[in-house]
Design a protein. Structure first.
Length: 341
């Protein structure tokens, strides 16, 4: 692969790159499982790192990387995660609305994101795709890290999860290609998440409701908001009619520029600019590592909840995650006709 870049110095791995002292900062875009290993090799050499999603394939690896990075001391290099969808102007406006109390106390959210449709050819395109041994999972590791991060960014710390996953529900894979999850947050808000790589035409619709109103983000430049003239909880305490409800006022919050011709490229550029600003000491990260790690914690919790068929509280101990992942991998080996034991 390096032959195509014959004029650019190449290295066998991140450790060799670190030893060569050949770069000022690095973007980690290696295979998923290698992200923490490569990042740590460079961080220990004093090289700032921007890690592509996922930060790690499971919470165990994410916790280990965070601990090792923090152990480098107060002068440690910058570590960031490329959750570039935080830079989307719609999500920025949504964050300001929620954080600023524009919807009152958040009660619930619902995100249907089923426009991830992938044909069988997608999973056949590389042997690592759709496998526990290679990719480390399915939707939750590949497609959904951004949405899990955004839910935590908007709603705060997740504390419990109930989930159902379809493992190979739509494709000849052993990982999850369908997810339904109920996520409880420390604030009291509850989010439901529905996603699939086997549904077409699919949809992408996020709805957040609070005592002050509701907002919908759905494939448009605009946020559709319905505000209560009086917060629903305050109205409930004073209303006299048994079917009374607060007056509602609909409005549109225009958000332009979120999807230019190269919208994704713009988001990546914003994430890189924030990373460089943090390295230079002139700005803040878009997605700090401790916040980004929550998305991995949440993904692991959904895997465990789906495997055990029960509500699980976060954080889940390493051993609980390790046991579930070992079972998934054993099933995969058995399905491939590989002896397990």
């Amino acid at each position: 692969a390096l032959a195509a870049w014959s004029t650019v110095p190449g290295f066998a791995d991140a450790a060799a790159l670190a030893a060569a002292n050949a770069c000022d900062a690095a973007v980690i875009a290696t295979p998923h499982r290698d992200h923490p290993v490569s990042a740590l090799s460079l961080l220990r050499a004093g090289i700032p790192c921007l890690v592509e999603k996922p930060f790690a394939v499971d919470a165990i690896a994410a916790r280990a990387l965070l601990a090792a990075w923090r152990g480098l001391g107060p002068a440690r290099p910058v570590l960031a995660v490329n959750h570039m969808q935080r830079s989307d102007p719609r999500h920025q406006a949504l964050h300001r609305l929620v954080a600023g109390g524009g919807l009152g106390r958040i009660q619930r959210a619902h995100w249907t994101i089923t426009d991830w449709y992938r044909p069988d050819a997608y999973y056949r395109s590389s042997p690592w795709r759709g496998t526990w041994s290679g990719e480390g999972g399915g939707l939750l590791v590949n497609q959904l890290p951004h949405q899990l991060d955004l839910l935590c960014w908007l709603l705060g710390e997740p504390v419990a999860v109930t989930a159902r996953c379809g493992f190979g529900a739509h494709h000849a894979v052993t990982v999850e290609d369908e997810v339904q999850a109920i996520i409880e947050f420390a604030s009291g808000a509850v989010a439901t998440l529905v996603s699939s790589t086997g549904e077409a035409p699919g949809d992408n619709r996020l709805e957040i409701a609070g005592t002050g109103g509701r907002v919908v983000v759905e494939g448009t430049d605009d946020l559709r908001i319905v505000r209560n003239a009086l917060a629903s909880d305050a109205f409930s305490r004073t209303a006299t009619g048994i079917f009374d409800r607060p007056a509602a006022i609909a409005e549109t919050l225009a958000v332009r520029g979120w999807q230019p011709a190269d919208g994704r490229g713009v988001q990546h550029a914003a994430s890189l600019a924030a990373f460089l600003g943090a390295v230079r000491g002139t700005g803040d990260l878009l997605a700090p590592p401790d916040e980004a790690a929550r998305a991995v914690e949440l993904a692991s919790a959904i895997h465990v909840a789906a495997h055990q068929g029960r509500r699980v509280a976060l954080p889940i101990p390493d051993e609980g995650i390790r046991t579930v992942l070992a079972d998934f991998q054993a099933r995969e080996r058995a399905a491939a006709g590989v002896a397990v034991g």
